[in-house]
Structure formats: structure tokens, C-alpha cells
Design a protein around this ligand. Structure first.
Ligand SMILES: *Cc1c(COP(=O)(O)O)cnc(C)c1O
Length: 458
């Protein structure tokens, strides 16, 4: 019967799963010759995507995995808006500029209304732009002094890979300061050994990827002041506040890490992390307009008007930027504070449970940095399992909880880290804690017994 058949003539679909496209393995190497019905192609791709992990259980990512309906709608409304085309879409450009100035103000720029900054695809692109401005300014200064400009270096602690990329792509030596025993980030007294006249800047991280630590920006600046007093080298700081830039101002307004520190020249943050915007937006802001060298800014006329641009990309979607503005407007400072405080409370709730389970030592308990928890095995040699085994066990229930070694010189320490984000509820984390306990029972007692087997409860 014709119930499960596509009628060639009218091209109507009776059943999505009995058509030429759905009754074949989908093409992987060549485009199909014929077109297919949009509903069938959509259903098949959607089915394939269901094999991806469930993003709300991805406790490894810092990025947004949940958005309000209004964000979905604005993203849809903006699907056709190219943010580079500032003459055609002047209101999108205006909204980008409002976000820059609001962030400059949030980060206490002395000239929030007049300073420069821009949106990017994320903190990685923002880091490239911040790093380039540091390199340009160092080079101008050295040229003016008649000194060599062939060996720039950048000093940092355990940075995210974007800074390694910056250094390699733009020919700058990366001087990564190793972690001291017991430390979770760069410590000021380490700097003197690494900084010299060729240092274009120091990167301080607000929310170290590996440990969730806030590096002490004000103390790092004070050490650089002392180094300048002794040597004359005036080394600026760029703060990589990918995560912390959208948390510290709300939860710890008294923590001085931003443009209140005179040595901080520029700051980047990821809108799509704790900025709560959907994927694809980051921000970089300079303390004042004069810190962004003129010849890094290009002026293009072929889109109409005369528009300055500083970016690695050209065409980019405008929706994420509009969604960022929506969130700043909708939540306000108080809303961001409430959202992030709820995450911190949930992280501390998990930390308390982890502490009681027995085999773990907390490395970070969700206090004083990002809403997250990290821990190690107290005695890896006698535990009878590794944190990697535990990650595998949790994966059976769909949880993605990463285990990894700390960066040098603490690479012998393997840790596990759970990030709590907007959209991750207390109940969800309570279920995770139950699953960790069940996994521990299995891992330490050999074969699963009936009452510890996942999904089987008497
Ligand atoms: C995530 C992160 C980055 C990279 O940011 P993207 O927005 O993913 O490009 C850089 N630095 C730190 C500290 C980060 O946490």
C-alpha cells in the first residue's frame, strides 16, 4: 500500500523513514545528485545529532548550554545580520558599541564612554587582538628608543591554548611560568626571573582553565611596579578574564583585578561563557582609546560609509551580540549576581558531598573563583582506580566530567573538574553526586552487585 511512500509526482511525504534518502546510509563524501524534501533531510540530521552528548550534562565546558526563549527568538530574528556590515545594519553596530561601553564601565575603565573595544568570536580572537596591541606598542616604544625589535616575549602562567596560538602565529616567544608546588596559578614573586626589556606584557588569568583560580592581578601589578622601579621596564598587563570577567564584578565587586589597576591595559572575556550569551561571542576592551594602536585598525569603504574595523574575521553573525545586549539589559547587575550565586551555591553543595565520599581531596571547593569544584584522589596508589576510570563510569550515565593532569611543574597531579553553569540545577548536581557514589562502589568492589548496578534499584 501507498501509506509509506513518497509520491514522486506530488512530492509529498507520507512517512519520513520510508523514503529513498532515509532508507540509505547518508552520503559522506559526495553531494547527492537529487534534492530531498526538507522535512526528511531535517529529521535525519536531527536524528544523527541525537548521538552527540547531552550538553546540560557536559560539566567540562565553560560555555552556555541553556538560553531563554527570547534568546532563541532574537537569534532567529538576526540570522541575516552580518555584524561587519555596519552601514547596512547600523543598529546591530550600535548595540555592539553599547555592549563594549557597558563592559568598559563594568570593568571600571577610567573612560568607559570613550574607550575602544570590540566583539569577537570568543576569547581566543579577543586574546589575539589584545596580544597584537601589546606587541605593537612594545615595538613602537623600542623603535623610538632605537632598540632591537626582533625578540618580543610574553610572560604568563598556565594559560589556555589561545595564548600559545597567539605566540606561535604572531612570532612572540611565550614564557610560561611553571606552577609552583601547591599553587593553582601564576604567583607574583615568580615574575622577576621571566620578565625583561623584550616583554610585551604579562597575561594574568581571572579563572585559570585548569584550576578555576583567579590569579592575583593587583599583586602581579605591584610586582611589576617593583620591577619597573629597579630596571625601568614598564610592562603592561592583559587580563584574560574569559570566565571571571562576567563573574567577579557581580559576586566579588571588591576584588581589584580590572582597570582599577593602572597597569591593566586590556581585558578579554567570553560572552558565551559566564556572559550567558549563546556560542560565538567574546569581547576585548582597552583601558583607554590611546592603547589601541591606530595602524591595527582598518577602514573599509566598500560596504558603504567609512567603518573602522579591528578583527581577524570579516563576516560574522550579529545575533550573538544582540543576544548579549539582551542579557545585559534583561538581567542587569542584580540578575547576573543571582544567576551566578545560584551556580556558586550549587558548586559548594557538590564540594561538600565530594569531601564526604572518602577517597578525594578537594583542590577547589567553589569559593573565591569560578562556580566549579575540582578534586584529586588523596592516595592514587592505593585507591584501586584512577580518576580516568571514574570519568568513564560517569560517562555511562551521560555525564561528561573531565580528568586531566595539572600543567608543569605539577603534572604528576591528576584532577577531576566539574563546572556549574546557568541551566545546571541543584537537583541535577545531586543526581551527579549519587552517580559518583554508585561508581565508587562499583570501582572499589569489583563486579557490579544488583543494588549498585546503574538503573537498578530494589
Ligand atoms: C575559554 C577560555 C579561553 C578561550 O575562549 P573562547 O571563548 O573559547 O575562544 C581563553 N582563556 C581562558 C582562561 C578560557 O577559559
Amino acid at each position: 500500500m501507498a501509506l509509506h511512500r513518497v509520491s514522486k509526482k506530488e512530492d509529498t511525504v507520507d512517512d519520513i523513514y520510508s523514503t529513498p534518502l532515509s532508507e540509505a546510509v547518508l552520503p559522506k563524501y559526495q553531494m547527492p545528485r537529487e534534492s530531498s524534501d526538507s522535512r526528511i533531510a531535517y529529521a535525519l540530521i536531527r536524528g544523527e545529532l541525537a548521538l552527540d552528548g547531552n550538553s546540560s550534562q557536559n560539566l567540562a565546558t565553560f560555555c552556555s548550554t541553556w538560553s531563554e526563549d527570547e534568546v532563541h527568538r532574537l537569534m532567529n530574528d538576526c540570522l541575516d545580520k552580518n555584524m561587519i556590515d555596519k552601514d547596512e545594519y547600523p543598529q546591530t553596530a550600535e548595540i555592539e558599541s553599547r555592549c563594549v561601553h557597558m563592559l568598559a564601565d563594568l570593568w571600571n575603565s577610567p573612560d568607559g564612554r570613550g574607550t575602544m573595544g570590540c566583539s569577537t568570536t570568543g576569547s581566543s580572537e579577543a586574546a589575539m587582538l589584545g596580544g597584537l596591541a601589546l606587541k605593537w606598542r612594545w615595538r613602537e616604544r623600542r623603535r623610538a628608543e632605537g632598540k632591537a625589535i626582533d625578540r618580543p616575549n610574553l610572560v604568563c602562567g598556565p594559560v589556555q591554548v589561545c595564548w600559545e596560538k597567539f605566540a606561535r602565529y604572531f612570532d612572540v616567544e611565550l614564557r610560561q611560568v611553571p606552577l609552583e608546588k601547591g599553587a593553582t596559578g601564576l604567583r607574583p614573586h615568580q615574575l622577576r626571573k621571566y620578565v625583561d626589556e623584550n616583554t610585551i606584557g604579562v597575561v594574568a588569568i581571572l579563572g585559570v582553565t585548569y584550576t578555576c583560580d583567579y590569579e592575583p592581578v593587583a599583586e602581579i601589578a605591584a610586582e611589576l611596579d617593583a620591577i619597573e622601579a629597579d630596571t625601568g621596564w614598564d610592562v603592561p598587563i592583559h587580563v584574560d578574564a574569559a570566565s571571571g570577567g562576567f563573574i567577579a564584578p557581580f559576586l566579588e565587586p571588591g576584588l581589584v583585578w580590572d582597570f582599577r589597576v593602572p597597569r591593566v591595559a586590556s581585558i578579554n572575556a567570553s560572552g558565551h561563557k559566564y556572559g550567558l550569551a549563546p556560542l560565538g561571542v567574546g569581547w576585548v576592551v582597552w583601558r583607554s582609546a590611546d592603547l589601541l594602536p591606530d595602524d591595527l585598525v582598518f577602514r573599509v569603504s566598500y560596504l558603504g560609509g567609512d567603518m573602522p574595523t579591528f578583527a581577524l574575521n570579516f563576516s560574522r553573525p550579529g545575533g550573538e551580540i544582540v543576544a548579549q545586549y539582551y542579557l545585559l539589559l534583561r538581567l542587569g547587575r542584580e540578575g547576573y549576581r543571582r544567576v551566578h550565586q545560584a551556580c556558586v551555591d550549587t558548586a559548594q553543595f557538590l564540594a561538600a558531598q565530594i569531601r564526604e565520599m572518602g577517597p578525594f581531596t578537594l583542590l577547589y571547593d567553589g569559593r573565591g573563583g569560578l562556580p566549579a569544584v575540582s578534586y584529586t584522589l588523596t592516595d592514587p596508589a592505593t585507591a584501586g582506580f584512577s580518576l580516568y576510570d571514574l570519568s568513564d563510569q560517569l560517562r555511562i550515565r551521560g555525564w561528561q566530567v573531565p580528568s586531566y593532569p595539572l600543567p608543569p611543574d605539577r603534572e604528576e597531579t591528576v584532577i577531576q573538574r566539574v563546572l556549574v553553569r546557568h541551566g545546571v540545577s541543584r537537583d541535577e548536581i545531586a543526581l551527579l553526586a549519587d552517580d559518583i557514589r554508585a561508581a565508587l562502589t562499583r570501582l572499589t568492589s569489583g563486579a557490579p552487585s544488583d543494588d549498585t548496578r546503574i538503573g537498578f534499584h530494589h
